[in-house]
Design a protein around this ligand. Structure first.
Ligand code: AMP
Ligand code: MG
Length: 412
């Protein structure tokens, strides 16, 4: 991981591979109550301790019958009831039926449930149409959904709202999850002012942390926010020192572009092993990656779109792996027809910001969000997808086909 040693620009795939090679899942795990486990990553597989459902039960409100009884007579007197949580008590005499409700235990000997809409209730009993009754109809058998001992979730699964009800149905009260990775972050730059204060000459607001910190939290991390650090060797050195002792990953913005990189480089070279890369992507060319003792380091470019994009594209998979998530995948790309032209020069893969819609023929169409400068964050705010333009591609005219990548849930 030497400094600036890549000839030309580094393809995004190569950068990603180098980042993931150097990233190792946190070791520590914790046990969490199920209702606190949303978004956390399982540190062990989960085998079902029971059958689900745990007993044969009715899928309908209706009548439990023995088909053999219906072969002798089509009217059966009512002899009892089985309700959800209150199974049939006592004997079930021959040639009778049982009132049964959805979710109630199937009485011993029952081989069909007839829904209440298909019977007639008379003073003599319940009148059935025996020819329409099929063996096991409307009976949900024991273990129909999940069998005892079955693998239901693998180690490395990030728990969603779709997983928790299933685990609850198994009676699982606690899950073993990886601890959250810790990200320490700060912005660098003498020109950066906090929001809520007036701007002096040459100053701008520090906007990057307002995007990256929520992203890191959505990626499942705890964040140590170290604020804005001026371009001062001493103060930067102190900030890096604090960040690396408190976190698994240090993510900074600014100070990695040509000119400024030399400044950061001097500090980082004494503290760690950092590569200052020039990535073949736009925005996001200047990017630094490496190690600061036991912590990983990602230096995002200062330009707001570049900082946000590289956090999403490069830091997100790093944090997924660090947090133990094994199924993380970038969102799929799909073809769309352009409604506007897209400015592009060959040489880098562009992640332009676009707005897609589905037309009346069910096809994806996409238009640009306008000014695609790496400092123009409105292009990101307006967008609902990335328009990924291949490295060697030039200008795209309206009507051409491009690949779009929809945003994953972290951008909403
Ligand atoms: P740098 O990478 O430090 O050379 O910064 C590149 C550009 O991004 C400059 O125009 C900076 O003023 C701007 N910039 C750097 N950090 C931030 C930030 N935290 N918020 C907004 N703009 C920034
Ligand atoms: Mg700067």
């Amino acid at each position: 991981m030497g400094c600036c040693d890549a000839p030309g620009l580094m393809p995004i795939e190569e950068a990603m591979a180098k980042i993931l090679e150097n990233t190792h899942t946190v070791q520590e795990t914790e046990s969490l109550a199920l209702d606190k486990a949303i978004g956390r990553v399982l540190a062990s597989e989960i085998l079902s301790p029971i059958h689900v459902p745990p007993f044969d039960n009715s899928a309908m409100d209706g009548y439990a019958v023995r088909i053999a009884d219906l072969n002798t007579q089509s009217t059966l007197p009512l002899a009892g009831q089985s309700f959800a949580g209150a199974p049939l008590q006592g004997e079930w005499p021959e040639t009778t039926c049982i009132r049964i409700m959805t979710g109630a235990q199937i009485p011993e000997g029952c081989d069909a449930v007839v829904m209440q809409e298909n019977v007639t209730v008379t003073d003599e009993g319940i009148v059935f149409d025996p020819s329409s009754v099929k063996t096991n109809q409307n009976i949900r058998p024991l273990g129909d959904d999940i069998q005892v001992g079955q693998l239901v979730l693998s180690k490395g699964k990030r728990l969603t709202a779709r997983d928790l009800p299933m685990l609850a149905s198994l009676g699982v009260a606690h899950v073993e999850v990886y601890r959250k990775p810790i990200v320490a972050t700060f912005s660098t730059g003498d020109e950066l002012k906090p929001v809520g204060t007036p701007l002096g000459a040459g100053e701008i607001y520090d906007s990057n942390r307002y995007g990256t910190i929520p992203l890191f939290e959505k990626f499942g991390c705890d964040v140590v926010d170290l604020g804005v650090i001026p371009d001062d060797v001493e103060l930067l050195a102190q900030a890096f020192e604090k960040a690396k002792t408190e976190a698994d990953v240090v993510v900074t913005s600014g100070g990695v572009s040509v000119g400024e990189a030399d400044f950061t480089k001097d500090i980082l070279e004494q503290k760690g092993e950092i590569g200052f890369w020039k990535l073949a992507i736009k925005p996001g060319k200047p990017f630094a990656f490496g190690k600061l003792d036991d912590a990983l380091f990602c230096g995002l470019p200062g330009n707001p779109v570049s900082a946000f994009m590289t956090a999403y594209i490069l830091v997100q998979p790093l944090l997924a792996k660090l947090g133990g998530e094994r199924e993380w995948k970038e969102a799929p790309t799909l073809p769309a027809k352009t409604l506007s032209s897209f400015k592009k020069s060959p040489g880098r893969t562009d992640y332009q910001r676009g707005i897609y819609a589905i037309n009346e023929h069910g096809e994806f169409e996409v238009e640009t969000t306008g000014n695609q400068s790496s400092g123009a964050f409105r292009s990101m705010s307006l967008a609902n997808c990335f328009v990924i333009l291949e490295r060697e591609r030039g200008r795209v005219e309206a009507g051409e086909t491009v690949q779009i990548q929809l945003f994953n849930s972290t951008l909403y």
